[in-house]
Write a new protein. Structure first.
Length: 204
């Protein structure tokens, strides 16, 4: 039951809240009571306590709860949105202004995508932002389980050229990319395999 509710919350809060007629705050919060009234899950009789347990037990920190001044319980997804949100209005996103503010900006992906990425850059695709891990170089923590390579971003150069980066409260790095929604190859510092001896991949 918890897995079903967790998947449903992630889907709605990241992508479908507005299409379902829910009131979404500029920083991405939705009233829990409104979500529980949606027809797709109403018959399951989920409660606010069920939602609280999902948030408390989510090791990835994908959700956050708050209570408004009028005692209304609200929930948001911390990242992964395809809905357009106002990053400047989100107190849980911290702008990154200097390379020393993070350990590294690393994007995990598949080697099979590498040639295309070199030509087109990293794209946010149907998401609001491009996602990066802030893990230590050479480590796999923070990456999707399917990835077998990592792209490290030259954060200093990207910031200098006006590309914005933010840090979420669960240490995910987010960037809307350039005006085309991507980060071109010129901002790649290096790329390497995650398997074996972590062989470096050519940027050319």
């Amino acid at each position: 039951m918890s897995q079903h509710l967790s998947r449903f919350l992630a889907k709605v809060l990241r992508h479908e809240a507005r299409n379902k007629g829910l009131d979404v705050t500029p920083d991405g919060y939705v009233d829990v009571e409104e979500i529980l009234e949606l027809s797709e899950i109403r018959s399951n009789n989920y409660t606010k306590e069920d939602v609280r347990r999902i948030v408390q037990n989510d090791s990835k920190g994908r959700f956050k709860l708050r209570t408004t001044r009028s005692s209304v319980l609200q929930i948001k997804a911390t990242q992964g949105h395809s809905m357009q949100l106002n990053s400047a209005a989100d107190p849980d996103l911290t702008p990154i202004n200097h390379k020393t503010e993070v350990r590294a900006v690393l994007h995990g992906t598949r080697i099979s995508h590498w040639e295309s990425i070199k030509k087109k850059g990293l794209s946010k695709m149907n998401r609001k932002d491009i996602h990066f891990a802030q893990g230590e170089r050479g480590q796999k923590s923070g990456f999707p389980p399917y990835c077998d390579m990592v792209i490290e971003i030259n954060l200093e150069k990207a910031l200098k050229d006006g590309i914005k980066f933010y840090k979420s409260e669960n240490d995910v790095i987010l960037s809307p990319g350039n005006s085309f929604g991507c980060i071109p190859k010129e901002y790649f510092q290096r790329a390497y395999e995650l398997r074996g001896d972590r062989k470096s991949l050519s940027l050319d």
